[in-house]
Design a protein around this ligand. Structure first.
Ligand code: CP3
Length: 356
């Protein structure tokens, strides 16, 4: 295996000293980049883009050519897993993801099984291998999946949702059915992430985008329990390298202590959390990733630098910070402002790592 030329991300995830705080950006490949739109048009549809190893690799590399990022993230989507389970994923222009066959009843849940990643998700694994070859050790490659709860929201609602009426209806009227669905998803996600690791993913992240929609008790029972089950099944060392695991529950800042109990290496923070307070609460148990409000990038260069400084100083001169936005970058963002942010993180964090 090629040695990493830039291993800041992996070191920070493992809370080891670094020379500068690493940064990557959620949704760093995407519609805010004109070159992405071009490749997407060439592919035809979003799923065709995901299914082509060559084009998925191309869009993964695009942000790295523009910005001095410390990681690449696999270009794919969390909904490839339910698609592989037979739900028929499609994207309606301007309306987001949809499923042809949502899962609403006990008998529909009964029929689901763990998809074999090597056959049903081979296109993702091919993309991972192609990207690793293209990266040639420049920066590490992050693999990812959705959390069982977040995937279940799309599967039961049939697409995006604001009120989660179907899945919350199931949660309170048929909890056993929901548990059965979450169990098959946890096993599917664990197998899928382990296959990504075997194909070359050097760190993995679980996106729990909708965990914050739950009550504290329901979060523990229906979201965190299943992320715990995944972490317990993951390959933690591959090819002599530790594979760090990050959990990110959007809107989950009040439950960080419980999330850290999962045994993960790092937690993602959205922008509603004070990073200084989060670090004090965690006391170095896990690394922290985040947490600039994506909207700061609408501000002036001075404002972006000021906010960067505030977050870096908030975390302080300790190992274990990965700079990121608190959620995905907006599609209307000016790429020039992303460059200002990435360069500011590197420049302004250097004094914090003098003793490293
Ligand atoms: O971060 C990256 O650059 C890697 C790629 C990535 C995508 N989706 C590409 C994508 C990742 C990590 C995701 C995760 C994802 N997908 C999540 C969890 C993270 C989060 O943002 O909370 C969720 C909830 C999804 C489901 C999903 N896929 C949605 C809601 C959408 C947007 C639909 C729309 O039209 O706005 C997608 C599609 C999608 N996934 C796009 C991209 C770049 C846009 C599709 C396009 O090009 O038209």
């Amino acid at each position: 295996m090629t040695k990493l030329k830039n291993d800041r991300l992996i070191r920070a995830l493992l809370r080891q000293p670094v020379d500068r705080t690493p940064i990557w950006i959620m949704r760093q490949a995407g519609r805010y980049l004109p070159e992405y739109k071009k490749t997407r048009a060439q592919a035809g549809s979003f799923m065709d883009l995901c299914r082509s190893a060559e084009l998925a690799c191309e869009v993964t590399m695009q942000p790295l050519r523009r910005f001095d990022l410390d990681a690449a993230i696999l270009f794919s989507d969390i909904l490839t897993v339910p698609d592989a389970m037979g739900l028929g994923l499609y994207f309606e222009e301007g309306e987001g993801p949809k499923f042809e066959r949502p899962v609403r009843s006990a008998s529909e849940v009964e029929k689901l099984s763990v998809p074999d990643p090597e056959t049903k998700l081979d296109y993702v694994l091919n993309a991972v291998r192609t990207i690793r070859r293209e990266l040639d050790g420049q920066v590490p490659l992050i693999g990812f999946s959705g959390s069982p709860w977040t995937l279940a929201t799309y599967m039961v609602e049939g697409g995006s949702s604001k009120e989660f009426s179907h899945i919350k209806g199931m949660l309170y009227s048929e909890p056993k059915t929901l548990h059965q669905l979450l169990k098959v998803l946890a096993d599917s996600v664990a197998a899928y992430l382990n296959a990504q690791i075997a194909a070359g993913a050097q760190a993995v992240m679980i996106f729990d985008t909708w965990g914050g929609a739950l009550t504290p008790t329901a979060y523990q029972e229906f979201s965190l329990n299943y992320m715990n089950a995944i972490v317990a099944q993951l390959t933690r060392e591959y090819d002599g390298q530790r594979i760090p695991v990050t959990l990110f529950t959007k809107g989950g800042g009040q439950w960080l202590e419980h999330q850290a109990d999962s045994g993960c290496d790092a937690l993602g923070l959205d922008w509603t959390v004070d990073i200084n307070e989060a670090r004090r609460r965690m006391g170095g148990r896990v690394a922290l990733q985040g947490n600039m409000d994506p909207s700061v990038l609408y501000g002036s260069a001075d404002q972006i630098r000021m906010e960067t400084q505030r977050i870096l100083e908030g975390f302080g001169p300790h190992p274990g910070h990965i700079f990121n936005l608190g959620h995905g970058i907006h599609q209307g963002m000016n790429p020039d402002n992303v460059k200002i942010l990435v360069d500011a993180v590197h420049e302004l964090s250097e004094p914090l790592h003098q003793d490293g």
